[in-house]
Structures are given as C-alpha cells and as structure tokens.
Design a protein around this ligand. Structure first.
Ligand SMILES: NC(=O)c1ccc[n+]([C@@H]2O[C@H](COP(=O)([O-])OP(=O)(O)OC[C@H]3O[C@@H](n4cnc5c(N)ncnc54)[C@H](OP(=O)(O)O)[C@@H]3O)[C@@H](O)[C@H]2O)c1
Length: 267
C-alpha cells in the first residue's frame, strides 16, 4: 500500500530508540524526510545512521531536550532546514518524550508533577501550537501523540502519566475537531506494553512498590495481556505511519489503543 508520504517532512520527538524510533523508521521507509530528537547524542547518532541507510531521504538528528523552549526551537529549525524555508514547519509531527517515573502519589511534590505535565502534556501542546497553522495553510497535516494505555485504563503506580496524559487527551479532543475541515488530523496512539527500555525499567519501578522481583513483574504483566506477549515497537511504528498516511484523513481525534487486547471494555 502506498501511504503517500514520499517527500513529506516529519518531526519525530523522542526518537533515538523505542516507540519514537520505530515511528521515524516507518515514516522514513515510506520516503518521508525526518528530523529526530533525543537528548543522548550517541544513541541519536546511531539512530540517524540507521535511518539514512534506508534510502535517499534527508535525516537531521537534533540532540536536545524537547521539553525545553530551546530544544523545540532547534527541532523546528532543523525542519525548516530540510524544507529550505523559514517557519515552514513539518507536514507530520509525532509528539513523544520519556514517560514520568512510576511511584506512589504521596512521594510526588509540585516540582515532580510540573515536570511530568511539562514533558507529557505542555510540550505536545506547544509543538501543536507551533506547527498546526502552517499545516492548515497547506491543507494537509498529520499529528500523532504517543500517549499511553493508562489514559483509558489508569494504573495506580502510573499516577503522573495518568494525570498529564489525560490533560493532553482532553486538549486534543477539542482542537482536532475544531480544525477537522482543514485536512489536518490529530490522533493519539496509546501503547500498552511494548518491548522497549522504558518497559524494562518500569518492571524495576513496579517491583520496588510490590516487593516482587522485576522478572516476576514482567511475567505477571505478560500473563495479564490476552495476546500473551508484549508488543513489538515495529508494529507500533507501522500503525503510526498509517495514521500519518493519505488513507487516514478521516480518522481524527481518536485514541488508538495498541495493547494486545488488555483493555477489557467494548469501546
Ligand atoms: N513501552 C511501553 O510499553 C509504553 C507503554 C505506555 C506508554 N509508553 C510511553 O511511550 C513513550 C515512549 O516510550 P518508549 O518505551 O519508547 O521509551 P524509551 O525506549 O525509553 O525511549 C524514549 C525515547 O525518547 C527520548 N526522550 C526521552 N525524553 C526526552 C526528552 N525530554 N527530549 C527528547 N527526547 C527524549 C529518549 O532518548 P534520550 O533519553 O536520549 O532523550 C528515547 O529516544 C513514553 O512516554 C512512555 O511513557 C510506553
């Protein structure tokens, strides 16, 4: 299936590994130029090299904290460099950053909350604000926010994630419909348990709360998933590319859950 992404410019945040990288890879495979952002330069450079090997696309790696004003400015400047035009903005924006720590709400002070809200709610909001009007002016755009299955099925130890991402989800529900006539869509992609560094570190975090070993948490989490396995980031990246494709123009304001059937409800 031709996704119609040849020559589009994508800004993929949190993209040196894990789910963000998988999204960048699938967009690059479809011929999109990509700007990838992450903080650790070495991992980022390795990711950029893998993307460049995929074909004759432009790839710019921006080593920056996407939750900072300067980081977002650097990322958007790289997009403009590919476009060859100031304030052009991306055709595709994938919002992502590391998830907040797990824990007990009694241990979280205001600063910890603000950090989580900044990274997982306000950063996507700022990037949507900075890019959506250029997309509207061109009559086409795709925004995908990587959130979490915890938005639909909150888990106690993910309180920071539950709170911050619920705020983003509410914001997106309003804006996506408000701009729906423009050819620009905004959707959220909700991962359940995918085999990434983040998932592996969450076993350690949960184990500290429950008194189990990380391996026991891993096995229990897998057993709770009807699919009987964790998700492969490649599956996630492919779904993201489809949501960004020309075929997905009538999918808007949705929360697309990828959790191997873990959510028990009908809707
Ligand atoms: N994997 C899962 O099962 C799962 C489930 C539910 C929700 N999620 C959420 O999905 C998102 C992606 O998860 P993942 O599993 O792919 O995590 P991951 O494997 O830890 O990868 C996170 C990526 O984001 C980058 N990053 C983190 N903070 C950043 C920042 N402030 N600025 C720029 N880049 C940043 C990381 O690179 P640097 O550290 O070098 O910056 C890395 O490239 C997270 O928000 C996570 O909470 C994941």
């Amino acid at each position: 299936m031709d996704l119609g992404l040849q020559g589009k410019i994508a800004l993929v945040c949190g993209a040196s590994k894990g789910l963000g990288y998988a999204c960048a890879e699938h967009l690059a495979r479809e011929g999109a130029h990509v700007v990838i952002v992450a903080r650790n330069q070495d991992t980022l450079d390795q990711a950029a090299a893998r993307l460049r090997a995929l074909g004759p696309i432009k790839v710019i790696a921006v080593a920056a904290d996407i939750a900072s004003v300067e980081g977002r400015a650097k990322a958007l400047a790289a997009v403009d460099e590919i476009a060859g035009e100031k304030n052009h903005g991306p055709d595709i924006l994938v919002n992502n950053a590391g998830g907040p720590p797990l824990g007990d709400f009694r241990d979280w002070d205001r600063d910890i909350w603000l950090k989580a809200i900044d990274a997982n709610m306000l950063t996507p909001v700022e990037l949507i604000k900075a890019t959506v009007d250029q997309m509207i002016a061109r009559g086409w755009g795709r925004i995908v926010n990587i959130t979490s299955s915890s938005v639909k099925a909150p888990r106690y130890d993910l309180g920071l994630s539950n709170g911050a991402r619920a705020g983003l989800t509410g914001f997106v529900a309003g804006v996506s419909r408000h701009i729906a006539k423009s050819g620009v869509t905004i959707n959220n992609l909700l991962p359940g348990s995918f085999e990434t560094d983040r998932l592996r570190s969450s076993f350690v975090g949960s184990a500290k709360l429950t008194g189990e070993t990380p391996e026991e948490v891993r096995l229990q989490r897998m057993a709770e998933t009807p699919a009987g396995r964790f998700g492969d980031p490649d599956e996630f990246g492919a779904t993201c590319a489809f949501l960004c494709s020309k075929h997905a123009g009538y999918i808007n304001g949705q929360n697309v859950l990828m959790d191997g059937g873990a959510y028990p409800g009908i809707f």
